[in-house]
Structures are given as structure tokens and as C-alpha cells.
Design a protein around this ligand. Structure first.
Ligand SMILES: [Zn+2]
Length: 83
């Protein structure tokens, strides 16, 4: 997820509140507490890809959960999931 924040410097572009700094953070829960981690810059691409995959997979699951079994079957018959 993307977190927007101000760095606190008055001369910075973020001080006006229009262009805040964006940083990618991952949030997860560990031991019942919400935690966020900020990946290192060289990990960002990897992390971003992983997050996208996770989102896509979850959206897929939700779509299948919402569709009735019949709809699901007809969709499977009509489309090939080669990849
Ligand atoms: Zn700033």
C-alpha cells in the first residue's frame, strides 16, 4: 500500500500539503498487532509485484466466491486458463 506523509521540512514541496511523499509500505498482522514495514528501495520492485499478485489472487477468489456454482462452471467451460 502507498502511504502519503509529510517529512516536516518547511521548505519541502510537501509542506503545502499538495505533494506529499509517497512510500510503499507493507502492512501485516503479527501476533494480533498491525505492523508495517518499509521495503528497501532495491526491494521495491519485487515487493510491488508481490503485492499485485496478492491483490489479483484475492480479487479472483472473491469473484469466485460471489459467483454461483453454475456461473463458475459455465465460466470455466467458456474460458481457458492457460496461464
Ligand atoms: Zn517533504
Amino acid at each position: 500500500m502507498v502511504q502519503r506523509r509529510r517529512c516536516g521540512k518547511r521548505s519541502c514541496r510537501c509542506a503545502a500539503g499538495k505533494q506529499l511523499h509517497e512510500s510503499i509500505v507493507l502492512s501485516y498482522s503479527e501476533g494480533g498487532r498491525d505492523r508495517t514495514v518499509m521495503p528497501a528501495p532495491d526491494e521495491l520492485a519485487k515487493v510491488r509485484a508481490a503485492v499485485e499478485r496478492y491483490r489479483a489472487a484475492r480479487a479472483d477468489l472473491e469473484a469466485e466466491g460471489n459467483a454461483g456454482p453454475a456461473a463458475l462452471l459455465s465460466r470455466r467451460a467458456g474460458t481457458r486458463r492457460a496461464r
